[in-house]
Ligand binder design. Sequence first.
Ligand SMILES: *Cc1c(COP(=O)(O)O)cnc(C)c1O
Length: 384
Amino acid sequence: MRKFLKKHYVIAPGPTPVPNEILTEGAKETIHHRTPQFMALMEETLENAKYVFQTKNTVYALASTGTGAMEAAVANLVSPGDKVVVVVAGKFGERWKELCQVYGANIVEIALEWGEAVTPERIEKALRDHPDAKVVFTTHCETSTGTTIDLEGIAKVTKDKDVVLVTDAVSALCAEPLKMDEWGVDVVVTGSQKALMLPPGLALITLNEKAWKLVEQSKSPRYYFDLREYKKSYPDNPYTPAVNMIYMLNKSLKMLKEEGIENVWERHRVLADATRAAVRALGLELFSKRPSNVVTAVKVPEGIDGKQIPKIMRDKYGVTIAGGQSKLKGKIFRIAHLGYMSPFDIITAITALELTLKELGYEFELGAGVRAAESVFAKEFVGE
Ligand SMILES: *Cc1c(COP(=O)(O)O)cnc(C)c1O
């Protein structure tokens, strides 16, 4: 068999590819953080960060991955014994639950089949049954199942109630429409290595006034993630900020702002549409009941060894997608359309998928998936 050069393509839901314009920002000299120059940069960066959340609330940068911002949310909002509603429909919902357990919350779990999306009605019922619940924890896009929830509808339920709505938008921010203030979402957390097109290592969190009331009251122990300290020192940081990550975030936010957030959301939607069209054309089934624009989760067809799909794609073709996590291992595979990805990344992923499926003995017409994806792009590029 002929050997080709193997180029690497990351088409996984994080870490995602980082554009060169951003990488070179990160290579600049590390300046001291307690300087007027760095303070000006920090202020500009965090000011620009408000745009991607569509909020007027202050945004804080934490030197951690997204999970750190999740822990910060729980530690600062939940006191031991507080009743909280937690939606669990995948791996990241489970993470909210585990964090709430660690901080001693009294958990009302909305446990769904993985791949299902919680509805506003379901949240409304939980709050009717538990009017003393203080916080609702949701996952905007459950990356493990490729499912996006109706966050706008859910915020309509919580907005005028005495309850704080928290969402994990680590993968969803910039990939799915989110209008924090207009919708009335109280707390949003995100991480750097998804649609923000950055390496891992930085998390962002933003809270409104309603949420800050709980922060002031929380009796949970906190130190590094004590948000009161971040508020006090803003735009300075209570500890050493991730200086070079801030350089890169500054650049990424400028790029996203210049593109326009609606265009950013829309390009994710088109890549997702093309991916879904390709998958269906191959006779495969989507796993999610409410598919996201972040990542497409696909059911492994009957009789095929699911674990082999991402493995062959990576090792033979250099195309890294994601397999299933936890109980979905071997049952699904996930193709991302997240962050710095173009239509040609999708075409590449689908081509590698087709070659892999052919090798594994799945029957389909070679090229059907690529043709379906290309048709979606033709409509965008050529208008037909
Ligand atoms: C990636 C991701 C996280 C954060 O994971 P880290 O490993 O801490 O970066 C959290 N929630 C969701 C939905 C994610 O996709």
